[in-house]
Design a protein around this ligand. Sequence first.
Ligand code: BGC
Length: 755
Amino acid sequence: MKKIVLILTLISFHSFAQKGSKQQFIDNLMKKMTLDEKIGQLNLLTAGEATTGSTVSTDIEAKIKAGQLGGLFSISTPQRIRKVQEIAVNQSRMKIPMIFGMDVIHGYKTLFPIPLGLSCTWDLAIIERSAQIAASEASADGICWTYSPMVDISRDPRWGRISEGSGEDPFLGSAIAKAMVRGYQGNNYNSTSNIMACVKHYALYGAAEAGRDYNTVDMSRTRMYNEYFPPYKAAIDAGVGSVMASFNEIDGVPATANKWLLDDVLRKQWGFKGFLVTDYTGINEMIDHGIGDLQTVTAKAMKAGIDMDMVGEGFLSTLKKSVTEKKVTESEIDAACRRILSAKYDLGLFENPYRFCDENKAKTEIFSANNRNEARKIASKSFVLLKNLNQILPLSKKGTIALVGPLADNKENMVGTWSVSGDFAKSISVLQGLKNVAGNNVNIVSARGANITSDAKLEERVSIFGKPTYRDNRSDAEMIEEAVKVSANADVIVATLGEAAEMTGEAASRSDINLPQNQQDLLKALLKTGKPVVLVLFTGRPLTLTWENENVPAILNVWFAGSEAGNAIADALFGDVNPSGKLSTTFPRNVGQIPIYYAHKNTGRPLGDDSKWFQKFRSNYLDVPNSPLFPFGYGLSYTTFQYGEIKLSKNNMTQTDKITASVEVKNTGNFDGEEVVQLYIHDKVGSTARPVKELKGFEKIMLKKGESKTVSFTISVNDLKFYDNNLNYIAEPGEFELMIGTNSEDLKKVGFVLK
Ligand code: BGC
């Protein structure tokens, strides 16, 4: 019986979908829906497979039957999703299929580096590929909607969610946003391996005051448009299907009820056609923001343009009353419902509600050897070599390596934060990776050396979500003593130190971003042995590494590299892969420099470079230089690259023509290697003060030992445009500087004029 109903349902939807246009199909459907059913489509609940908020959804089955649920997230497997979908299409009056979401942030089961790490590859093709693999695995498990890409620009490493984004730069962030949307959505979901993306968190979530999560955001419109909006807009331009509103307020109005943000900018200025979902209980939280009671804030969210209410059920419980009381119009609810139905139509769910429930595909596609191989390659490209004195790295595949540190033999933490669907115990630890790659001539000895932190309470707070830190109850001194003893006969010490995975992520802000004191004490003791020490640094944010940079000869920043972390780290340590990552975020010398970013303004009293520090009545600090420890775009290689002089096709351009800038880059070292050639532009005089430089182009090239290549960039007027004080997007005639080089500080420079 059940089957017959299902077939009839499919036939009727199918014939609808075939016969007319999407518009007609939705019109017909909506004519038959009651107001309650329309409101039901706007309700999104969590099935709770992953914990991503503190509110738990209840009575899910009953709500589906009653037509009170449009979508469900944190649920997976074709079997479970099929079961829920069957209830929707067989037992609810309107038989409308549900949409199934999940936070697939940096991979599904095969996990890739955390997004901040991925962004350090500066390799758009592999970033797109990682999203494609994630979509193909997630879709094989029944999921058709992911809450990614997260494109929030952040210039504050205290903020734990800096790990989830692409760093500080709007140009790089925009390019990555587009690549990820392409990777997830493919060509309009014409394959079942593509899923709908959801760009988040709109907007400005990464600019929380003091780096404390969910905190107030307040900034000028010119800064929004020039520096923080571009990646969201890039995702819209790439055709992203949905947008998630952020938790924070903007100009005093929470994003979730900010009509200017959601309607004027997103829909009217940028032409966004998809649907808008709140973040987890985003509507209800406006009560604590002090905006009103549940009915009031819900009505405000609806009027501002929110279509779907995540977990909070304010829509479900108050919207009808608001219609009766004329606080919300039925046509506003209709518009929201239409957008949800349209997304389901685009995903092909009306044609086949089980389109993404293919058990066989799940068996072959998920966590396949092929996907893991790709993850390993991608991971090794995200590492940033911060220091390599006397070419300690790469290590040779013989002799004794002492592997020390709390992250040496920890699988679960390798995957980093926001990896809710992963199977952490299947990831590769550093110890395993070294053994896999080293061959038979390397002897590996190991010792714990230190806990993540001496502060047991702090460690407990971050030993969550199935990522134990395996705290050792010995004293710090005992562990250090053992590590020193174990290292006595080693040729080199590899210290795997840094943060635990959940020291970044949501509600994981830190006011102190040093390496924890007990880990630094371990490092000091290891250095005292006189052996070469390589610091393999795990982190989800820039850390303040001033002491480490002064004292440790080699530092390889490996972020959290995903399922294949250990293998990829070993590939890089032994030189099977030459590190090519470049920082997408500035590393400060100390917390007091925050916010620190390369594209700053000059001020009226600039200091110039560090050689001039300190000067009274200049913009500088008494106790620390202005420059960062490691600048944006920075990253070493086992080889060296030499840049020639920049050649311009001409020195003047008009608003309609173009200039080509070329530079020859030569691999002058002893290894083949990849280099990210970076182009920056400085608008010397503007109607508003302009940044000292802005990234406007980059190309990652492979150069064999001794090889040279000429890299060319074409500059058009679009690369010179910015939002002026009246928010006009213009290029102002005048002098510009064009810079090309290996990072944001080490650059060759030429001038040109826009007529
Ligand atoms: C996060 C979002 C996430 C959502 C759903 C929220 O707490 O801020 O990034 O997509 O939960 O899990």
